[in-house]
Each structure stands twice: as structure tokens, then as C-alpha cells.
Write a protein that binds this ligand. Structure first.
Ligand code: ZN
Length: 625
């Protein structure tokens, strides 16, 4: 039995897709239709069904009674045979997670537009993607990794596609419009890069760089690639950032200034961030789309699906996304270590790392990591950033415990054999909570079992800091710490470049760097306090997130630079008066200044041979600009 969908941008000006769904007659006298509450890869309840504006059903030309039984589920009388369901979906969410439609383009994830039929998730699906109505869409094309049905699509890609089941149907986002597109081959597989939006860039240049990333990762897991075709689908905007992985594509948001302009040869920090994002999502093609938590087999999309394993699926992916860039020769070792130093800094700046383990952070992603509030740095740890450091540590632990014979790559290859490729065998598959530890123990000498168990207990389930200094020294790298020199200092380098109005005071003989211990953003007549860091001066003085700081020692402050300039003229343990508004009430507080915490990391190589073993020493194509 095949379920058919027809999707039409029926009113682009009103951002409405119309979907018509045809469900053949079955033994069931009643159909239950439901839309996912969340999209795999983005662990938050989104209630996509709230965008279904109207829904009706008919059988043999006669309308049927439709009963809504919860926020995302409808019941329909199916006793008369085939059922056609028609519904309109409002699509005005410009993100990688949902659906967006206007007169310039359309984008949708199946989770936003395709209802599933309960009990028929394994039925084959066919979908007809139609040209928009009401506008001149003669130049529009379709980009998707969905499989086109033989000779059933036109030259622009409108027409019929098929998916083996509902799970596949919702795992291929679709872009339509007048996008720019280019293709490249990686290990014999066609990859398509699709750029939507307004920008100036060199698409061939991006393809050349992506090819290196893709080939390195395909070789990492071993040929053949897990896909027959892959699509990078990029929406370019002024301030977009984000990505979502799928089995044979990724949907990305990028800032137009991050893309390289024609003639540009180096890799700017911004373009590097874009390449890192592409690298991250591509690595997911294996790690989470095929090797996945048992809890996600199958996905339960009606409610939260808790797993303690996101540290592995996001953290290991985060470790390899940047490592890919140096190993494939796009950046040099020093530049990689800058990226890693920033990741270390991100983790060490939050006291939440001593309260939440990465396993807990994974489990609670739904309500904590994805719903971060002003207290997040004091309460939670990122399973991405700390997860990447756990992966780095595990990689080296495996090497140490196996005399250099095994590393994290081998472990992932075992998983790829066992879980990823096992999907074809039809056997139950999916990674259970302790599989990483048990597989690591199996791969190494028995004598190392205790050490590996202790590592998981501490690194994954504990809240102590990892012994990164030891791990990195075994890789020929030294870890150094300093105080942040400005609010925009993300670490990774010995000294942050001075920005406007700031000088680096972190030099010998210079006054000690002081801090308020709060994150401030510019506001009207003062500075908005967005975060207050536990144990630091603002916290001890009673300053709260949401306050509007207006003066320090009786002098107005209106920018972060004002605060930096003020702090440079103070000494540790000076007490100054702060004036601020909490709501509409003026508060006067005494704040005792303390030295800025030494929480900013940078890394240097002290054993080139060991560093080469880890990071490779391939000739680097591009240098920093
Ligand atoms: Zn990810």
C-alpha cells in the first residue's frame, strides 16, 4: 500500500502550503493521523501541528467527519474506503527546523507538512511537489535528496518523488525557488550545493573546499559512502546560523558575509565557521543518522524522547568537525588549536559544568540546553562543547590503553559496522547507553578495563574537570590559561586582539585585569545585564540578570567599553557603588572588584612529532588572511 501526498505552495503571499493526502482503503474503519511534535536533530517540542490552519477529509466525493483528539492528532471515519485529506499549513518559520514560504522561495521539512497514518508508518510514500500558484514560478526549481520517480519529474524537479516509509519521507527537506546550485563528486558520489538568498560568493570555491571535507570523512568511516547522492541546502541571510542533519542532506543557515567572495584565497574566520558547520552536519550522516541511540529506533515524535547519549552523537561529532578541517588540509595545526582552545574556554567559563554531567545534559536537552535562560552558565554544561572534550580524551585514552593500536576512529568504525550498516540486515539496532564504554573495553587490553570504566564514570557521568592537560601533553600540545581581556575574548590565542577602546592589560607589569562577573549588552541609557556568573563580584553584590546598570562609582556607563575603561583604573578589592534599575526601581549596591578568573585557554605545540601524528602534517592549501 502506498500513501500519496501532493504539496502545493497554494498562496505564497500568505505563506500557505496545501497538502492533499490520499490513503487507500484498509481493514481499519477509522484512521488516526498525526503530525510530529519535534524534528529529529533538534531536541525540543515544537508542536508543528499548530500551523495546520484547516483540515478536511472526504471519501468518494463525500466529506467525512473529522475529530481532533489532541494538539496534533485527528481521527477520520474510513469505513467507506479510500480517504483524501486536505489541509493547509502556514509556513513562516525561517529556520532549518520547520517550513518557510514566500514569493522568493519555499522550504519545508516533512515533519512540518506531512501527516502520518498511525499503524501505517512502514507504508511506502509518494509525494508530488508542485509549482507555486498565483505567482510566476516558471524559473523555480526543486532541490531535495528525495528519490525522484522515474520520468515523473520535470526538468526543474517538480513532480513525483518516493520514500520507502514515513521515516524516510520526513528526513529529506525540500527547497524550491531560483536558487544557485553546483555539484561536485566526493569518492564517486554526487554532492550538490544549493544556495538560496542574496549574497555574493564563489560557489565553485565552496564546492572545492567541501569536497575535501566529504572525502576525508568518507575515508574516515571507510568507502563506500553511505549515500548515493548528498545535498547541502544553504539559506543565506544577514544573520542566520544553524544546521540540521538528515540522512542524505543537510539544511543550513549561513550569514552572507561568511561566504567567500570571488577571488578570495584564504579562509577567513567567518568562512571557517561555515565550513565547520558543514563538516559537523556531514559527519552526522554516519554519527546519529545511521549510528543512532537505541531510543531513536524508531523515533517517537509525539513527545520528548530522552537519551543520555547526545554527548556522544553531538560531542563526538563536534570533536571531528574541526579536526576534519585540519586533517583534510584546509587549515594548519596552529589554527586548529585556536579552535580547540576556544572550545575549552567555552566549557571552563561556566560553573554549571560542576553541577551537570554530559549524560544529564543530554537527557535534559529538551528543557534545559534547548531552553537556556539567564542562569544557564551557572546551571548546565553543553553536551556539544564538553562532549567534544570527552571525545578528545576518549580518543587519547584508547590510544594509551592499546599502545597506540586503537583510537576513537576504530571504535566508530566498529559502530558503523555494527549499527550503521546493520540497518540493511533488518536486525534490531541502535546504541544502548553503555555500548561506548563496553566497546572501548572490548577493543583494548583487559588490563585497561578498570581505567576505561573510571574514565566514563568521571567524564560522562561526573562533573569534575577532565584531565585535559595530561591528554593534550600526550598529543604534544601544552595547555595555557590566562584571564579574558575583553567581553568578546573567546580564547584560543595567547592574547586577544585589542578591540576599539580596549588595550590588552594582560602583560607583565600591567595592572591586574578586573571583572564584574556579568555579561552586559548595550541598552537604552545603561547596560542590560544578561548573565551573572556565580561567585563573581556582580553575584556577590546582588546584581541580577535583567537589571539595567546605569552607573559605576557615580559615572554613567552606556557601553561595555565604558565598563572596561572604568575597570582598568581600579584595583582588586576596591569597593565601588553601582547604580542600576531593577524593573522601574533604582537600586544602589556596593560591588567589590576581584581579578578576572583565569578561564581563557590557548594551546601550543611542544612536540611536533606527536602533534603530527594527531593532526596530520598534510600541506596546507590556504593560509590565514
Ligand atoms: Zn549536531
Amino acid at each position: 500500500m502506498t500513501i500519496q501526498y501532493r504539496i502545493t505552495p497554494i498562496d505564497p503571499q500568505a505563506h500557505v502550503f496545501r497538502v492533499e493526502m490520499h490513503i487507500p482503503a484498509s481493514d481499519h474503519s477509522e484512521l488516526t493521523l498525526t503530525l510530529p511534535a519535534w524534528i529529529p536533530g533538534s531536541y525540543m517540542i515544537r508542536d508543528f501541528a499548530r500551523h495546520i490552519v484547516t483540515l478536511s477529509a472526504a471519501s468518494d466525493g463525500e466529506s467525512l467527519l473529522v475529530k481532533k483528539i489532541d494538539k496534533q492528532t485527528w481521527q477520520i471515519d474510513a469505513s467507506r474506503g479510500d480517504v483524501t485529506v486536505r489541509y493547509d499549513v502556514y509556513a513562516w518559520d525561517l529556520s532549518v527546523r520547520a517550513a518557510h514560504l514566500d514569493t522568493t522561495h519555499g522550504f519545508f521539512n516533512g515533519t512540518s507538512v506531512f501527516l502520518s497514518v498511525m499503524g501505517q508508518l512502514h507504508s511506502a510514500c509518494e509525494v508530488q511537489i508542485n509549482r507555486p500558484l498565483g505567482i510566476d514560478a516558471s524559473q523555480w526549481r526543486v532541490a531535495t535528496a528525495l528519490e525522484a520517480m522515474n520520468e515523473a519529474t520535470d526538468v526543474d524537479g517538480f513532480g513525483w518523488y518516493r520514500a520507502e516509509d514515513y521515516d524516510e519521507l520526513i528526513d529529506h527537506p525540500v527547497e524550491m525557488g531560483t536558487f544557485e546550485s553546483a555539484t561536485f563528486e566526493a569518492c564517486g558520489v554526487e554532492h550538490q550545493l544549493v544556495l538560496t538568498g542574496r549574497y555574493t560568493t564563489d560557489i565553485q570555491r565552496i564546492c572545492t573546499d567541501l569536497k575535501r571535507i566529504c572525502e576525508w570523512q568518507i575515508h574516515f568511516f571507510g568507502e563506500p559512502a553511505p549515500v548515493n547522492r548528498y545535498v547541502f541546502m544553504v539559506m543565506v541571510t544577514g544573520d542566520g546560523y544553524g544546521g540540521l542533519e538528515h540522512r542524505a542532506s543537510t539544511a543550513l543557515m549561513a550569514r552572507r558575509e561568511h561566504l567567500p567572495v570571488p577571488g578570495e584565497s584564504g579562509i577567513s574566520d567567518e568562512y571557517l565557521e561555515f565550513l565547520g558547520l558543514c563538516s559537523h552536519e556531514y559527519f552526522h550522516t554516519w554519527n546519529v543518522k545511521r549510528i543512532k541511540p537505541a531510543r531513536f529506533v524508531p523515533y517517537e515524535l509525539d513527545t520528548e524522547s530522552y537519551t543520555p547519549l547526545l554527548w556522544a552523537f553531538e560531542g563526538i561529532t563536534s570533536y571531528y568537525d574541526d579536526l576534519t578541517l585540519v586533517r583534510c588540509g584546509l587549515i594548519d595545526q596552529a589554527r586548529y588549536l585556536t579552535l580547540l582552545g576556544k572550545t575549552v574556554t567555552r566549557v571552563y567559563r561556566g560553573s554549571g559544568r560542576h553541577k551537570q554531567s554530559v549524560a544529564e545534559s543530554s537527557f535534559d536537552a529538551w528543557t534545559r540546553f534547548y531552553k537556556q535562560d539567564e542562569n544557564a552558565p551557572n546551571a548546565i554544561v553543553s553536551y556539544y562543547a564538553k562532549g567534544a572534550l570527552v571525545a578528545l580524551s576518549l580518543d587519547q585514552l584508547l590510544r594509551r590503553c592499546s599502545s597506540g593500536q586503537i583510537d576513537l576512529q576504530q571504535l566508530l568504525r566498529v559502530f558503523w559496522q555494527r549499527y550503521g550498516q546493520g540497518v540493511q540486515s533488518g536486525e534490531p539496532w541502535g546504541v544502548e547507553e553503555h555500548d561506548f564504554q563496553h566497546t572501548a573495553q572490548t577493543l583494548c587490553d583487559e588490563a585497561a578495563s578498570g581505567e576505561i570504566a573510571a574514565f566514563f564514570e568521571t567524564a560522562v557521568y561526573g562533573t569534575q574537570d577532565l584531565d585535559l592537560s595530561q591528554t593534550l601533553s600526550e598529543r604534544g600540545v601544552s595547555m595555557h590559561w590566562r584571564a579574558a581581556v575583553s567581553s568578546s575574548d573567546a580564547g584560543g590565542t595567547p592574547e586577544a586582539p585589542a578591540s576599539s577602546g580596549e588595550v590588552n592589560t594582560n602583560t607583565e607589569g600591567a595592572p591586574e585585569k578586573l571583572t564584574l562577573g556579568a555579561r552586559l549588552t548595550g541598552g537604552v541609557n545603561g547596560l542590560n545585564v544578561t548573565h551573572v556568573f556565580e561567585g563573581q563580584p556582580a553575584h556577590r553584590a546582588g546584581i541580577a540578570a535583567g537589571d539595567r546598570l546605569i552607573a559605576l562609582a557615580g559615572l554613567a556607563v552606556t557601553s561595555a567599553d565604558d565598563v572596561q575603561r572604568f575597570l582598568r583604573r581600579q584595583r582588586a578589592n576596591d569597593t565601588v557603588t553601582a547604580h542600576l534599575f531593577r524593573r522601574d526601581e533604582l537600586q544602589t549596591l556596593d560591588i567589590t572588584l576581584t581579578p578576572a578568573p583565569v578561564d581563557t585557554c590557548y594551546l601550543t605545540i611542544d612536540d611536533q612529532g606527536l602533534a603530527d601524528q594527531w593532526l596530520g602534517n598534510a600541506s596546507v592549501l590556504d593560509t590565514r588572511i
